[in-house]
Write a protein that binds this ligand. Structure first.
Ligand SMILES: Cc1cc2nc3c(=O)[nH]c(=O)nc-3n(C[C@H](O)[C@H](O)[C@H](O)COP(=O)(O)OP(=O)(O)OC[C@H]3O[C@@H](n4cnc5c(N)ncnc54)[C@H](O)[C@@H]3O)c2cc1C
Length: 389
């Protein structure tokens, strides 16, 4: 069922119409087959990202002067939600790509923005966000990947990056890697941010992780063997990387919240259509209040998730602090996605447990939303620190 939406600007309705058209023509017909193929081996929907890029949907919340869409988060996130209702891996990819450009749009110098953003925002290039390491997941400040100045004394001209990043979405397919590496041993204050070109010498990739779902979101290790990066590709000051990463994640969590909401909406749509069609005991299963109330709870969970991310987006668009609200939205929306997709499988009974219906895939896809971009335990840490400080 098409979701009723309101927007803070006139472009919102047109963007949603365009997104729904692309979803109907390009995404929905491909998703099941592509996800199955990707589970068997490696397959990455490069052409789908290209289509979204050409339509201007890969850079909606970024400034227009560098090729972005200049859209408020409130509008951008509703587009992400629509994409997720058609193809979750692609919606996560759109959100990750947006995250990779955020450090440059927010902390880059004018020269860096002029040099880097046209490619990033035009849809010609796809980004990867390289923060996590095997031993530095939730505790990301303990990372060991190191960027060392090539020259001694004065202003640096270049850095050499050495180390390994883990769980990197788009690895091996991305055109650039927004990379966080240690430039001093001063804990979280010793981390800096670099934009590393995808074809840099010394950059290599592990084999794709064999995951539970979201197969078209290829995830691999990224190795940096003395990868040389010119100093002009360091975003922000030396040591500013952690605050850049955290600011980017606040915005990124909203993208994941919107994607989780779209996934849950889609599972609810499948479940409610099935419930009015499927007959047992001489009547539609939806005519049993026990089942109808399950559908009502699913609707309430999806609506609550949407309200939470839109509230955080409105604060962000108004230039107000939104870190706590982004964590609340991520917690609520991803828990809702897990619960609603689980209940959708239940509504379909045995059929829901087969690949004949998409709820089996959606159930597997929901789980990771409670894990990446800060697990939901970490969201609770963020929220409780805000409330109790
Ligand atoms: C499909 C996928 C895609 C990803 N994409 C990217 C990407 O593009 N870029 C990137 O940088 N990373 C990416 N990640 C990594 C992701 O962000 C991490 O997996 C996540 O931050 C958790 O880290 P971890 O897996 O090391 O778990 P751990 O940190 O080891 O946590 C294990 C468990 O302990 C809990 N825990 C840890 N610390 C605390 C605490 N203080 N209090 C309470 N509980 C705690 C956690 O909540 C979790 O339940 C991706 C991961 C996956 C699975």
């Amino acid at each position: 069922m098409a979701v009723e939406r309101v927007f803070p600007n006139d472009e919102g309705p047109d963007l949603i119409e365009l997104t729904r058209e692309i979803c109907a023509k390009e995404l929905r017909p491909r998703v099941d087959e592509a996800e199955r193929a990707a589970a068997e081996g490696e397959a990455f929907p490069t052409e789908v990202f290209r289509t979204l890029g050409q339509a201007g949907l890969l850079a909606l919340p970024h400034p227009e002067e560098h090729g972005g869409g200049g859209q408020p988060y409130e509008t951008y996130l509703q587009v992400v939600e629509e994409i997720a209702s058609a193809w979750m891996s692609v919606a996560v990819g759109v959100s990750v790509h947006s995250l990779t450009a955020f450090p440059v749009t927010t902390f880059g110098t004018q020269a860096q923005q002029a040099a880097l953003l046209p490619g990033m925002l035009s849809g010609e290039q796809l980004g990867a966000y390289a923060l996590s390491e095997q031993q530095a997941g939730s505790d990301v400040a303990s990372m060991t990947t190191r960027a060392t100045r090539v020259d001694s004394g004065g202003e640096p001209t270049a850095y050499r990056i050495r180390g390994r990043k883990a769980w990197i979405s788009h690895a091996g397919h991305a055109d650039y890697y927004t990379t966080f590496a240690r430039t001093s041993d001063d804990g979280g204050r010793g981390i800096s941010c670099f934009i590393v070109p995808g074809d840099a010498t010394g950059l290599s990739f592990g084999t794709p992780e064999k995951k539970m779902g979201l197969h078209c979101d290829t995830v691999r290790e990224v190795s940096y063997e003395d990868v040389e990066v010119e100093a002009g590709r360091r975003i922000g000051a030396e040591g500013q990387g952690m605050s850049i990463a955290l600011a980017a994640l606040d915005a990124g969590r909203l993208g994941i919240s919107a994607a989780a909401t779209g996934l849950a909406q889609s599972a609810l749509d499948v479940a409610s259509a099935y419930a009015v069609e499927r007959r047992q005991f001489g009547r539609a299963i939806a005519d049993n209040q026990g089942l109808a109330f399950l559908i009502a709870d699913m609707e309430a969970a999806v609506g609550g998730a949407r309200a939470a991310y839109l509230h955080a987006a409105r604060l962000k668009d108004a230039g107000r602090p939104f870190s706590k609200e982004a964590a609340v939205a991520k917690l609520l929306a991803t828990d809702a996605a897990m619960r609603v997709t689980t209940d959708a499988v239940q509504v379909l009974g045995g059929a829901g447990y087969t690949q004949d219906f998409p709820v089996e895939r959606m159930f597997r896809e929901a789980k990771v939303t409670q894990i990446f971009e800060g697990t939901n335990q970490i969201q609770r840490l963020v929220i409780s620190r805000h409330v109790l400080r």
